[in-house]
Write a new protein. Sequence first.
Lengths: 116, 112
Amino acid sequence: KAGVTQTPRYLIKTRGQQVTLSCSPISGHRSVSWYQQTPGQGLQFLFEYFSETQRNKGNFPGRFSGRQFSNSRSEMNVSTLELGDSALYLCASSGTSGVQGTDTQYFGPGTRLTVL
Amino acid sequence: GDSVTQMEGPVTLSEEAFLTINCTYTATGYPSLFWYVQYPGEGLQLLLKATKADDKGSNKGFEATYRKETTSFHLEKGSVQVSDSAVYFCALFSGGYQKVTFGTGTKLQVIP
């Protein structure tokens, strides 16, 4: 079974630009979560989508947004990029049936975003 | 709120040494507990998990036991290898829609 894939793997942008990252979950998984990883803050939860609906959101400004498509693929968008947005952005999918549970999250390799 | 506390790194060990990485947690209810590993330049890989008290998760020689009385989930391995060098994250899920709380990570370096 193919794992979680993320594209692109690396991105370089300048301040003020916007960026869109893509995540394809494991086949059959309907939940997709996004995390930001930085050396200073560690892993921080951005948001989670299930069946095209955002169910949970972390403490990030509105510049960070996401969506999920009917095939469970997800995108996240960051507008008006700031230097502090430089990070590894990780996507994780899980096979939850939709009920709060203990399903395991499986991570993709991440997208390394550098803002200059 | 939920939180996970891991021992500070980096941890440097010689090959074949015994490894312990401490992890304690605070959570409501009965969380599931996980250890993830991140190799350089890669995403997180699930290493092991335990879903209820006294469960022992194990994989690739690593073990961790869910201790509810001490709210701990320490990671152990009897004999580490150079290839185990990575960052290890303890995490919990206590309900709510797929929001996993991670520790800060512990970097392990194994030297030959």
